[in-house]
Design a protein around this ligand. Sequence first.
Ligand SMILES: NC(=O)c1ccc[n+]([C@@H]2O[C@H](COP(=O)([O-])OP(=O)(O)OC[C@H]3O[C@@H](n4cnc5c(N)ncnc54)[C@H](O)[C@@H]3O)[C@@H](O)[C@H]2O)c1
Length: 258
Amino acid sequence: MLDLTGKNALVTGIANNRSIAWGIAQQLHKAGANLGITYLPDDKGKLEKKVAELVEPLQPSLFVPCDVQNDEQVEAAFATVREKWGRLDVLIHCLAFANRDDLSGNFSDVSREGFNLALDVSAYSLVQLCRAAKPLMTEGGSVVTLTYLGGVRVVPNYNVMGIAKAALEMNVRYLAAELGPQNIRVNAISAGPIRTLASSAVGGILDMIHHVEEVAPLRRTVTQTEVGNAAAFLCSDLSTGITGQVLYVDAGYEIMGM
Ligand SMILES: NC(=O)c1ccc[n+]([C@@H]2O[C@H](COP(=O)([O-])OP(=O)(O)OC[C@H]3O[C@@H](n4cnc5c(N)ncnc54)[C@H](O)[C@@H]3O)[C@@H](O)[C@H]2O)c1
């Protein structure tokens, strides 16, 4: 029943084979989706090459740069979607950024600049990408973003990213309310801690993972594939009644009080 054949899915946030977005892209591909991949360009084109090689087996029909801090690049990426596909069905927002210094120590030390940067890349970008996707989702659509428990409760060192995730989760609700009449659904997956490039910047990430392995009902943390499966569900017709929600894919950790 989980069939994404004929759906055009744009996936952001693949940096390497540990990326959650990579787990999602693989599962969307397995379900039959036609993939478009965006990457964060760098001066030497290293990431472009790396991501292009990684995603090649999934045969994406679109591969475009998209730095969410660069408005022209975002516009160009969606112009390419319009030209090549005409219609967009699925948007995966799987990106975040904060200065490493702001992901440890005292939260109150965060600078205005560091605060704005984290909120801009990690939260505002969902609004920006949904605005660009809206006119292309002519037959309805599904948007999925990635959040973490640190946006709801205090998690040591998560600091400014917790504020960004709180904003992101509220963005999900406002966007779901606005876009619902167009049959565009917007949901978030709150993933348990996974070792990735981004999470390695959070102080004590390994301790966080070990804690989850001891306390979570399933006595482990989750994999990129498990998050990918949940994303595929949220993008499919199996979830047409679900919007504005935060789905915990965290081996049950969120329910525990101690
Ligand atoms: N790893 C975890 O434990 C975990 C848990 C819950 C939620 N998340 C969330 O999952 C998402 C993906 O992170 P990940 O853990 O897979 O790490 P990752 O490092 O693999 O992915 C982060 C991505 O963000 C992209 N990015 C950063 N700045 C950008 C910009 N300006 N424009 C466009 N892209 C930009 C990077 O290129 C990278 O692909 C993030 O939102 C993260 O907060 C991660």
